[in-house]
Design a protein around this ligand. Structure first.
Ligand code: 5GP
Length: 204
């Protein structure tokens, strides 16, 4: 197990409805030492890429993306959820369906902070059906920016997002890929990563 898989096994909670709760260390209370490790691991995985900016979506992506941006020594910009209607012109806009809240948000990034010279590393906490990443990809493409890669902390490999994004040809790195989880037994199965050779199942 890598450091993140170990932490998921220790402190993650499998909820009904295919939701993994990691509130105690990732997206409510945050373990800052772990955030630093995550930042360094993304820097290692994308070390051959020329990155000018890290981009994420509010709110859970922000803390993680900040640590990644620090490792690359570049700014971080996050797409904001917005209700305003009179924003075309100043803003890039995309529609994003929320997996956890079961609603649809308009997300925006100011044209001041993204443009054709940018080489982006897109970061988020979870990848489920891929809606959040598709929204960020759409914003990047409106800006004419280059997407150098996408980094996810926890990918739920049994949902379609990972396949969709990889099939679009993007370099996607997920620090932990959950291939199966069971809310009744608390069992979680991780996909093998390069530093591990066999699939492994754990009771959490
Ligand atoms: P997607 O857009 O890929 O369907 O879902 C990704 C977004 O939904 C992430 O930004 C994350 O905030 C949220 N999300 C999806 N699945 C989970 C989950 O199992 N646990 C938590 N905590 N958030 C999730």
């Amino acid at each position: 197990m890598n450091f993140l898989e170990e932490r998921i096994v220790k402190d993650g909670i499998v909820k009904p409805g295919n939701v993994l709760k990691v509130d105690s260390f990732l997206n409510h209370q945050m373990d800052i030492g772990l955030m630093e490790q995550i930042g360094k691991e993304f820097k290692r995985r994308f070390s051959d890429k020329h990155i000018t900016k890290v981009m994420t979506i509010e709110s859970s992506g922000i803390g993680i993306a900040a640590f990644v941006a620090k490792e690359f020594g570049v700014p971080m910009v996050f797409a904001k959820k917005s209700k305003s209607i009179n924003i075309e012109g100043e803003m890039y806009v995309a529609e994003v369906d929320s997996f956890t809240h079961k609603n649809r948000n308009q997300v925006i990034v100011s044209r001041k902070f993204l443009g054709p010279d940018d080489h982006l590393l897109i970061i988020d906490d979870f990848l489920a059906n891929g809606c959040a990443l598709q929204g960020l990809i759409s914003i990047a493409s409106s800006a004419g920016a280059t997407i150098e890669g996408l980094g996810i902390v926890i990918e739920k490999g049994f949902q379609i997002g990972g396949n969709v994004i990889r099939n679009l040809g993007y370099h996607l790195e997920s620090l932990a890929i959950v291939d199966a989880m069971d809310a009744e037994t608390g069992t979680i199965t991780f996909r093998p990563q390069p530093d591990r050779t066999a699939e492994a199942t754990y009771d959490i």
